[in-house]
Design a protein around this ligand. Structure first.
Ligand code: ME8
Length: 679
């Protein structure tokens, strides 16, 4: 694997504050850099702000401030967003910095000296929001820009042209020889057909406004903002020690700007004498959508915010950077569009980080304290059973596959495989039933099981470190391990089983992914402007047999405690159904309640680390308490708690059918572990 890794984000326009779309690209770039760092590469992450051009000049004028002061203020917000998101750029470039201005003028001269810049008159259409030229046939009905759905300007001015047409064949050869140059495949095909259809020379200077880098030796012109902006990737390293990172390994962009990066940018570089050192991959991801539209800061494409704010700062303040980072990379296949929702952040963090990974750690740690003096038990090789080696083999295969997914920029898949690691650990925990081993006094076997489970947590924590660095360190800390520390040349991807040494002193602590109770969750969602719109379930891809227990906390605020049976019930979508958390449970105890003829007080095991739940069920006319003990039941696990008074709070509901004196309980044709999701 390449030992140097240079990744860039677009430099963002300073015409408005950062939103979740910017956070998406920046977090993805940071996670990729951290992943490559974990694999032993020396990495460099560049981000920054794009501050020149007519769009910024107009926006500043609207506010009555000089463009530089306006750019200073907004650029600072983008810069401050990085640490907020847990993003660690090695450099943050601003196009108004002298190093960039001088650099762009240098590369301009190179293109001019190569004979690729000439003067002429440009007559045509221009979208200021895109800062891009348009042709008649691209426009929407009414002459609107297809990206911004706003009227375009008609320009006629003296301008410098870049001989883009000259590079048509060289570009087609580049795409053919290096299919990895534009990814994914669909974008590559679009670019190839765009270039094949013929390239016209490009207007690369403007003379009807002044907010830009002056054209060398022609002060009446400023350099076209895309010629200016694209060179940032080079001016940030050129002439410094960081030039050893050149060329970029991957340049992340969304599909709105892929043409600038995959056509103009390599052509400019070829002209400037850098054709033999072109970026390796322009990787194009999709849009985060709000209400079905691209989240945007350009007026006219205002986000529909019923799914909550799109301000990443507010989201991080309420939910933490790691929850947002995890959601962004896990929720949407990298390369495709996806709907953004705050509720999705909460449910991903709960179901996958809390109930799967955190749960595995907190199920195993108490045994270490109680039976092994707080130290990881030793595992003699000869003590391993088939179940143990099967777990190792499965986890090792998942780690390898997940690494391959990272290498292919398939972060959502890499994370899914990471969660599968923890799921395998939870299944192993259920199957080997350490609580039974403890009860039977089989401490030797118990030690093997617990050590295996803790190793699974270690592996998952390391795999998660590029995405949730802070929480990953917290998991490792409780295992008694140091934070992940990348070292050049050392591949620390957890391909080898057994990194958690016997006798390591664990450090149990507060839950790494604390549960939100229903009230706290409702409060947080309201504070983030989430309105009562039906929200997309994010759990539809969980396997049918996932035995992961659910937390005691109910998650749907203000749901009715006992739905009335209606003759006809309105049709719902699968997503609505998926919001109901149905779990397999086992009744451990049942007792009558004085002066409440119809109610029974049950304790029901849902496989939760927090212990069995109390459920008050209106089934006393149909069942004696004795008949219920040991029964398998179907429990609505995310119903808001219902208070029957006098401390009788029900934390769930059983499913049953029939009249109240002749009820049949919903159950299963064969035993399933408590906590298994019913779908
Ligand atoms: O285009 N979904 O800046 P920009 C996903 N200055 N990503 C999104 C997004 C969304 N809804 N909205 C924005 C520019 N992005 C130029 C770039 S580079 C030399 C010059 C992300 O502020 C995505 O990366 O409009 C997109 O390409 C970029 O922000 C556009 O940012």
């Amino acid at each position: 694997m390449n030992q140097r890794f240079y990744v860039t984000t677009p430099i963002y326009y300073v015409n408005g504050s950062p939103h979740i779309g910017h956070a998406y690209t920046t977090v993805a770039a940071d996670a990729l850099a951290r992943y490559r760092g974990l694999r032993g590469a020396t990495t460099r992450l560049l981000t920054g702000t794009d501050e020149h051009g007519q769009k910024i000049e107009r926006e500043a004028a609207k506010r009555g401030v000089p463009p530089q002061a306006f750019a200073d203020e907004v650029s600072a917000r983008f810069r401050e967003l990085c640490p907020k998101l847990g993003v660690r750029p090695d450099d943050f470039i601003r196009t108004t910095e002298p190093r960039h201005i001088e650099g762009v003028q240098k590369w301009w001269r190179r293109c001019r000296d190569a004979g690729d810049l000439y003067k002429g008159t440009y007559k045509g259409l221009y979208c200021v929001a895109c800062e891009g030229y348009k042709t008649e046939k691209e426009l929407l009905p009414g002459g609107l820009c297809p990206v911004h759905e706003r009227p375009v300007d008609t320009l006629e001015e003296e301008t410098w042209f870049f001989r883009l047409s000259k590079y048509q064949d060289a570009l087609l050869k580049l795409y053919a020889d290096h299919p990895e140059f534009v990814q994914p495949e669909t974008r590559r095909n679009e670019i190839v057909s765009f270039v094949r259809s013929g390239l016209e020379d490009l207007s690369v200077s403007r003379s009807n406004f002044t907010w830009g880098i002056p054209v060398p030796d022609d002060p009446g012109h400023v350099i076209y903002v895309w010629f200016d902006a694209l060179f940032n990737y080079l001016t940030a390293v050129d002439g410094t020690a960081a030039m050893s990172f050149w060329p970029p390994d991957v340049q992340l962009v969304a599909k709105d700007i892929v043409r600038f990066h995959a056509v103009y940018w390599p052509a400019f570089l070829m002209s400037a004498g850098m054709g033999d050192r072109l970026p390796r991959t322009i990787w194009t991801h999709g849009y985060l959508l709000t209400g079905g539209r691209k989240t945007s800061k350009t007026p006219g494409v205002t986000a529909v915010k019923t799914r909550g704010t799109t301000d990443p700062v507010r989201i991080v303040d309420a939910l933490g950077a790691d929850a947002l980072r995890y959601y962004l990379l896990r929720e949407v296949a990298f390369g495709q569009d996806g709907e953004f929702s705050i509720q999705g952040i909460v449910s991903r963090a709960r179901s996958e980080l809390g109930e799967t990974i955190g749960n595995l750690l907190h199920r195993a740690l108490p045994f270490v304290g109680k039976y092994f003096d707080g130290r990881v038990p030793a595992v003699p090789a000869e003590a391993l059973t088939e179940a143990d080696t099967a777990l190792r083999d499965r986890v090792t295969a998942l780690v390898r596959e997940s690494g391959e997914a990272w290498d292919a920029f398939s972060m959502h898949r890499a994370l899914e495989l990471t969660i599968d690691v923890a799921r395998a650990g939870n299944r192993y925990f259920d199957d080997t039933a350490p609580w039974k081993l403890a009860k039977a006094g089989d401490v030797t076997r118990l030690g093997v099981v617990i050590a295996q489970v803790l190793e699974v947590v270690r592996i998952a924590a390391v795999m998660l470190s590029p995405v949730i660095p802070e929480r990953s360190d917290a998991l490792l800390h409780q295992l008694g391990l140091d934070p992940v520390a990348p070292a050049a040349g050392a591949d620390q991807w957890p391909t080898a089983w057994g990194g958690l040494a016997a006798h390591t002193a664990v450090r149990p602590g507060a839950p790494v992914f604390p549960k939100l109770d229903a009230e706290a969750e409702a409060r947080i969602l309201a504070s983030l402007d989430v309105r009562d719109e039906p929200l997309v379930s994010t759990e539809t891809d969980k396997p049918m047999s996932d035995p992961t227990p659910t937390p005691a906390a109910a998650t749907t605020p203000a749901a009715p405690a006992a739905p009335a049976v209606a003759e006809t019930v309105a049709e719902i979508q699968y997503d609505d159904f998926a919001k109901v958390d149905l779990r397999a449970g086992r009744v451990l105890t049942a007792e009558r309640i004085p002066r409440k003829d119809k109610l029974l007080k049950l304790s029901v095991d849902l496989g939760e680390a927090s212990g069995p739940r109390q459920i008050i069920a209106g089934i006393a006319l149909s069942f004696t308490p004795e008949a219920l003990v040991g029964a398998q039941v179907v429990v609505v696990a995310n119903l808001a708690p219902r208070d029957f008074g006098k401390g009788l709070v029900s934390h769930g509901m059983l499913l049953a059918a029939g009249p109240s004196d002749g009820l049949a309980l919903g159950t299963f044709a064969r035993d399933v572990p408590p906590g298994t999701r019913v779908k």
